[in-house]
Ligand binder design. Structure first.
Ligand code: HEM
Length: 418
C-alpha cells in the first residue's frame, strides 16, 4: 500500500513504465466484455488508449450536447410532475446517467427515466448487483484464485448480459451505417475503428515484439461496455452525493446557486459554456469527490523490477494499492478539518480543474504521446502544488498516463446538479 506523495509520483507518473498495468486479468474467450481499456495491459493498452482518447475530449463532448440536453429536458419534465412529492434522488440520478450513457455509447433510447424497469437498466444492474448470492462470491474467486476460476469456467457476467450488450453494440453500428449520419459520439468512433480493422501496437523495452490489435465486434462491444462499467456508478455517485451535501450545507447550496444564476445571466441558457463557468459548483463536486471518491482506491502492478531512492526493491509482479479515500481525508494533507465538507478549500485550486476542461484537444496532446514515462498530467500536478493542495493527494480520477479517460464527463454531472 502506497501513501507517500513522493513515492506515488514516481509510481503513477515519473516511472510509469514500470507500473503501467492495473493487474486485473481476464480471459477474453470466457469473458469477451472484459477485454476493455481498464483491463488491458502493456502495448495493447497503450494502442487502445490512443485510439479511444479522441472521443473523450471536451470538443467531442460538446458535439454530444444535444443528445444530453434532450435527456436533461426529460428529467426536468419528470421533476415538474413530482414537485410536491418526495423523490428518491439516488435512483433518479442513476436513471438519468444510464439514459445519457445508452444514448452516447449505444445509440439507444433506453427510457430509464420514465421506466425504471426498462430492459437496458435491468441488464446494467446485473453488473453491480449480482442476481444470486453465488454470483457475489464469483468476483472474489476470480480475483484471488484465477486458476480455479478458469478451471471452473467462472465468468464475470451472466451469458444473457454478455449477449445483450454485444447485440446492442452491433445494432448501433448497423443503425448508424443505415442512417448515414455523423454525430461524433462514441458509436461513430468505434465504427471508424471497425472500418479500419486493426492497429499495430509498437513494441517496448519490456515487450519488444510488435502486436496487432484487431477491432472485432466483441472488442468494440467491450469498450462500449466499460463506458457503462466505469462511468455509470461513478458519475451517479458524484451527482447524488453532491446534491446530498448541498442539502446539508445550505450556505454552499446558496453559493452554488449564485454561480448557476451568474452563468445563466451571462450565457442565456445552461449550455456547455455556461456549465463550464460555474466555479462554485465545481468546488462542491470536487469536495464531494474528496470525501467520497467514487473509486476508493487505485491499483497497479509492477511490470519491471524497480529500485526506490533508498535502495529498496519492488519486484516485478508486486501489486500496489493506493488508498485514495484515506489520502484524501488525511489531516496531514488536508488539515484538522479533513473530514468536514468545505468546498471553499478548492477555490484557488479549482482553477486548475477548469483549466483542464478547457484544453480542447486534451487527449490528442496528452495521451497520443509515444512516451509513457511522463505526461502533461504531471505538469497539472505541479499546478496543484502551486495552488495550495499537496501534489498527489487529490486523486479521484487517478493521475498520470493511466488517469481516468472519461473525466471530462463530469461536465454532464455539473449540468445535472445545476
Ligand atoms: C465521477 C466520475 C468518474 C470517476 C471518479 C472516475 C474514476 C476513475 C479512476 C480512479 C480510474 C482509474 C485511474 C487509475 O488507475 O489511475 C478510472 C479509469 C477509467 N475510467 Fe473513470 N471515472 C469517472 C467517470 C468515467 C466515465 C464517465 C467513463 C466513461 C465514459 C470512465 C471511463 C474510464 C476508463 C475507460 C478507465 C480506464 C482507463 C485506462 O485504464 O486507461 N470514467 N476512472
Amino acid at each position: 500500500m502506497v501513501r507517500s506523495p513522493r513515492l506515488l509520483e514516481s509510481i503513477l507518473v515519473k516511472d510509469f513504465s514500470h507500473f503501467h498495468d492495473h493487474g486485473f486479468h481476464f480471459d477474453a474467450d470466457l469473458d469477451p466484455l472484459e477485454a476493455h481499456l481498464f483491463n488491458q495491459e502493456g502495448v495493447r493498452w497503450r494502442a487502445l488508449r490512443n485510439k479511444l482518447s479522441p472521443v473523450f475530449t471536451t470538443g467531442r463532448l460538446r458535439s454530444m450536447a444535444p443528445q444530453m440536453n434532450r435527456i436533461t429536458d426529460r428529467l426536468v419534465d419528470l421533476l415538474r410532475t413530482k414537485s410536491d412529492s418526495e423523490v428518491d434522488v439516488r435512483n433518479l440520478v442513476s436513471r438519468f446517467a444510464i439514459d445519457v450513457i445508452a444514448s452516447c455509447a449505444f445509440c439507444l433510447d433506453s427510457g430509464a427515466l420514465e421506466n425504471p424497469d426498462c430492459q437496458f437498466k435491468r441488464m446494467a444492474d446485473t453488473i453491480f448487483r449480482p442476481r444470486r448470492y453465488a454470483d457475489s462470491v464469483k468476483p472474489l474467486v476470480r480475483a484471488f484464485l484465477p486458476s480455479v476460476a478458469r478451471l471452473l469456467g467462472i465468468r464475470a457476467l451472466p451469458g444473457d448480459v454478455v449477449q445483450f450488450f454485444t447485440e446492442v453494440t452491433t445494432r448501433a453500428f448497423q443503425h448508424r451505417l443505415k442512417e448515414g449520419t455523423v454525430r461524433n459520439d462514441f458509436v461513430d468512433l468505434l465504427l471508424e475503428l471497425k472500418i479500419r480493422g486493426d492497429a499495430i501496437c509498437e513494441g517496448t523495452e519490456t515487450e519488444p515484439q510488435q502486436k496487432r490489435l484487431v477491432f472485432t465486434d466483441q472488442l468494440l462491444a467491450a469498450q462500449s461496455f466499460i463506458f457503462l462499467g466505469a462511468g455509470w456508478e461513478t458519475v451517479s455517485t458524484a451527482m447524488a452525493l453532491t446534491l446530498y451535501f448541498m442539502g446539508r450545507h445550505p450556505e454552499a447550496q446558496e453559493e452554488a446557486r449564485r454561480s448557476v444564476k451568474k452563468a445563466k445571466a451571462a450565457y442565456g441558457e445552461i449550455g456547455f459554456e455556461a456549465v463550464k463557468s460555474m466555479d462554485y459548483l465545481d468546488h462542491c463536486i470536487a469536495e464531494t469527490m474528496r470525501l467520497y471518491p467514487p473509486a476508493a482506491a487505485l491499483f497497479r502492478v509492477c511490470t519491471r523490477d524497480y529500485v526506490l531512492e533508498d535502495g529498496r526493491r519492488i519486484e516485478k509482479g508486486t501489486r500496489i494499492v493506493v488508498p485514495v479515500s484515506g489520502i484524501q481525508r488525511d489531516p496531514q494533507f488536508w488539515g484538522p478539518e479533513a473530514d468536514r465538507y468545505v468546498p471553499d478549500r478548492f477555490r484557488p485550486a479549482a482553477l486548475k480543474y477548469q483549466a483542464s476542461y478547457r484544453k480542447e484537444d486534451d487527449a490528442a496532446g496528452l495521451y497520443h504521446r509515444e512516451d509513457m514515462e511522463d505526461s502533461e498530467v504531471y505538469e497539472e500536478g505541479e499546478a496543484t502544488k502551486k495552488e495550495g493542495i499537496t501534489k498527489m493527494t487529490y486523486l479521484p480520477f487517478g493521475v498520470g498516463p493511466r488517469m481516468c479517460i472519461g473525466r471530462f464527463w463530469l461536465i454532464p454531472t455539473k449540468r445535472f446538479n445545476a
